[in-house]
Design a protein. Structure first.
Length: 365
């Protein structure tokens, strides 16, 4: 059994498209993100399971997971939406040390070219699926910690094979994920072990076989070793840090990616401020204020994500976006002041309005 292949199969097709839509990224970006994030997450969980305390935490999380979603994963993702991601993020938060998930998301973002917010959401979406899968596979043992450890340890070679070249070494410096470095070493060990066995077989065949075998068998062995080395051994270009690869990116592609980020940020800003204006414009009394207050937290979260996106854009291209946000902000603040003067409304809206204003102020920092 190869759990990486099985999980990738579950995540292919319609499920992959739904995740791409939920994360607001292209399907090709989602696919490459999944192929990097899934083995990285499995490797990290294997590291958690390598200690007694960690294996107990993992067993508890697996026991609380819902393996029924695997029967109709597409429906689960579409029906729960952002709640699916939030649930998974909470699961992962209980397993890893503080700061680990943020570092993991950041490095995956650099590796895949996705924004760290998108990779964080992707990890959150993968968590219920992976933990549900582990629950299904270990149900007969009652989620015994040692069974989980044995299952994951037995999959190390498959996980190492699935980790994109260079990613394991990048993640090995993250606190709580140091065991990732051993995965690529384990893959190399598998190649060396296979090479030794193949060499012994060749010697035996040559000493015992006919004159034809003396050159045919070694040739087959050499070809086989070449294939193994190609499969397992990290290529030089793959083992280089992703940051160094930036030098090989063409100016045209770089400009295209920046233009896409600018377009996304500009569109998001207009939509956020339009929704905020629509939510507050209808406030005329306490009842409508209560309805508006319920909508403001989501708008504040969207502003926070927009700020994260804007910060990734180079300063020259960032300035027009900030100018647009400043103009929209002025209009929204004027509306807020007007709404807060409505009798009985200020006490209801004040907590959420304060958070919203704080998110707006962040664009001036």
């Amino acid at each position: 059994m190869n759990i990486v292949d099985l999980l990738l199969k579950l995540l292919s097709g319609g499920v992959g498209r739904q995740l791409a839509g939920m994360l607001n990224i292209g399907e090709d970006k989602a696919e490459s993100g999944i192929k990097a994030a899934l083995p990285a997450l499995l490797a990290a969980l294997t590291g958690v399971a390598s200690t007694r305390e960690g294996s107990e935490r993992l067993a508890s999380a697996v026991e609380g997971a819902d393996d029924a979603i695997l029967g109709n994963l597409g429906s689960a993702v579409s029906n729960q939406g952002s709640g699916f991601v939030d649930k998974g993020s909470s699961m992962l938060g209980s397993l890893f040390p503080e700061g680990t998930l943020g570092s993991l998301s950041s490095i995956l973002g650099k590796f895949t070219g996705l924004h760290s917010g998108s990779t964080a959401s992707l990890l959150g979406a993968l968590a219920p699926i992976v933990l549900g899968f582990l629950k299904r596979e270990t149900k007969s043992t009652g989620f015994d910690p040692s069974s989980l450890t044995r299952l994951l340890e037995g999959q190390k070679e498959n996980i190492a094979r699935a980790l994109p070249g260079g990613l394991g070494s990048m993640l090995s410096g993250v606190p709580g994920l140091g065991s990732l470095a051993s995965f690529t070493q384990g893959a190399r060990g598998a190649v060396a072990s296979t090479a030794n066995r193949a060499s012994a077989t060749a010697k035996s065949a040559v000493s015992q076989g006919t004159s034809t075998a003396k050159w045919v068998v070694p040739l087959i062995i050499v070809l086989g070793l070449g294939l193994l080395a190609w499969t397992f051994w990290p290529r030089k270009s793959e083992s280089e840090p992703i940051a160094n690869r930036a030098t090989t990116v063409t100016a045209g592609r770089f400009s295209e990616e920046i233009a896409q980020q600018v377009a996304t940020a500009t569109s998001s800003a207009k939509n956020i401020f339009a929704d905020a204006t629509a939510s507050l414009a209808d406030v005329t009394d306490r009842e409508s204020a209560t309805e508006a207050a319920a909508k403001l937290p989501a708008l504040t979260d969207r502003l926070d994500r927009l700020k994260e996106l804007v910060d990734t854009i180079p300063e020259p291209q960032r300035e027009p976006i900030l100018a647009s946000v400043a103009k929209l902000r002025g209009t929204l603040l004027a509306l807020i002041d007007k709404v807060m003067d409505v009798p009985g409304v200020a006490g209801i809206l004040e907590p959420q309005v304060a958070r919203l204003k704080s998110a707006l102020d962040a664009f001036d920092e």
